[in-house]
Design a protein around this ligand. Structure first.
Ligand code: PMP
Length: 386
């Protein structure tokens, strides 16, 4: 066989295929997961690009350290210490090429073929894809309204899972947020086992309802990893994410894994965002994005209340970018997708968010890239095929 087992075992991104269909400008697409361009501070970034060339010269074009640009690591540490009362030092922060790379590095550092990995069901398809490359045995645990199902989680921990990958805030794809009680219960369980807890939080700052909740493991568990990114708040195109862990041994292995992948994250981007963060009010900028997403999610939910039939259920997110819809048992979201495309409206059928289920009755809606009118009209058309 010409190709590796690992590449043959990894599905190509279903979403990319779907996005191709929705490139037709006459289609109203709720399929993407793109941040609204309001989140790109273009003028300020332009200024920062000039500043860093003027101020640092050749340094911004030269090779750099694997761990990342120190002022940026300091900013990340300070942000979490201030917002969550943690005690993170710059040495606990590794700057990655988007948090997507963090998923690859974690799997590279921890997994041998056949090792067990706990994922949420449904779970983030980019993580499923990244882990697939290392030929693990997935242990999907049901994501309930309050968070992971505890009994299933304990069984998977008992079975010796290497790590668990969770998205506790405004999860992709479900939009769900773990409750305080469930977070505490999960932390207690992890305390009993050796499994590494990976909390991925790309959306946490984009909360438009309810109150901020503490992380499950960060600052509490010895083998805990927190992932973050600037993709949803500043720019996904510059590919800037980070891994935070106070497990020094694990951090050492992650740095080695990163060296072998790409030596270091784009240093021009790191200087540029660090300059942007030093000269602009980041929180104000995030507040602006959050206010827009609040309006957009309100528009979508109110159209769904008005037009969707009562047998169709859906989540009501407190932040982030997604709503998750559940059709009655036995109905196919994929079949619905094809009917909806005839009405020129698109979403992501649930299938790629599951590791062992096909033709599911769930699908994901994104609201961050449509105007109020597009949302209302698109939801009305979608309701007509429901
Ligand atoms: N984790 C989750 C849960 C995501 O939704 C995404 C983006 N879709 C990522 C990670 C990857 O983000 P980044 O741009 O930082 O690689």
């Amino acid at each position: 066989m010409r190709y590796s087992r690992r590449i043959l075992a990894t599905p190509s991104s279903f979403i990319r295929d779907i996005l191709k269909v929705t490139e037709d400008p006459s289609v109203t697409s709720f399929a993407g997961g793109l941040p609204n361009p309001i989140s790109f501070p273009q003028e300020a970034l332009k200024e920062s690009a000039c500043n860093i060339i003027d101020n640092y010269g050749a340094k911004v074009f030269q090779y750099s350290t694997t761990e990342g640009y120190l002022p940026l690591r300091q900013f990340v540490a300070d942000k979490y210490n201030k917002n969550f009362g943690l005690n993170i030092k710059p040495a606990d922060v590794l700057i990655t090429t988007g948090s997507q790379q963090a998923l690859d590095l974690i799997a590279k550092a921890l997994l041998n073929n056949g090792d067990k990995v706990i994922v949420e069901e449904p779970g983030y398809l980019g993580a499923i894809q990244a882990f697939c490359m290392f030929e693990p045995q997935f242990m999907p645990v049901t994501l309930e309204h309050e968070g992971l199902n505890l009994e299933e989680l304990e069984n998977a921990l008992k079975a010796g899972a290497k790590f668990a990958y969770l998205v506790p805030n405004f999860q992709n794809p479900s939009g769900l947020t773990y409750t305080q009680e469930r977070r505490e219960a999960i932390c207690k369980l992890f305390d009993k086992y050796d499994t590494v807890l990976v909390e991925d939080d790309p959306y946490g700052e984009l909360r438009f309802k309810g109150k901020k909740l503490p992380y499950i493991g960060a600052g509490k568990l010895a083998h805990s990893v927190l992932l973050g990114t600037f993709s949803k708040t500043v720019t996904p195109g510059m590919r800037l994410g980070y891994i935070i862990t106070q497990d020094e041994e694990l951090m050492g292995h992650l740095v080695t894994a990163k060296q072998s992948s790409d030596l270091h994250t784009n240093i021009f981007s790191q200087y540029m965002i660090a300059d942007y963060l030093a000269h602009n009010e980041y929180q104000k900028h995030v507040d602006k994005i959050t206010a827009l997403y609040r309006e957009q999610s309100d528009s979508m939910l109110s159209a769904m209340r008005e037009f969707f039939p009562p047998h169709v259920r859906y989540t009501e997110p407190e932040g982030g970018m997604f709503i998750w819809v559940t059709l009655p048992e036995g109905q196919s979201a994929l079949a619905l997708f094809h009917k909806a495309m005839e009405k020129k409206v698109a979403f992501v059928p649930g299938d790629p968010f599951y590791v062992d289920k096909h033709d599911v009755n769930t699908f994901r809606l994104n609201y961050t890239n449509s105007t109020d009118e597009m949302i209302r009209d698109g939801i009305k058309r979608l309701a007509s095929v429901l």
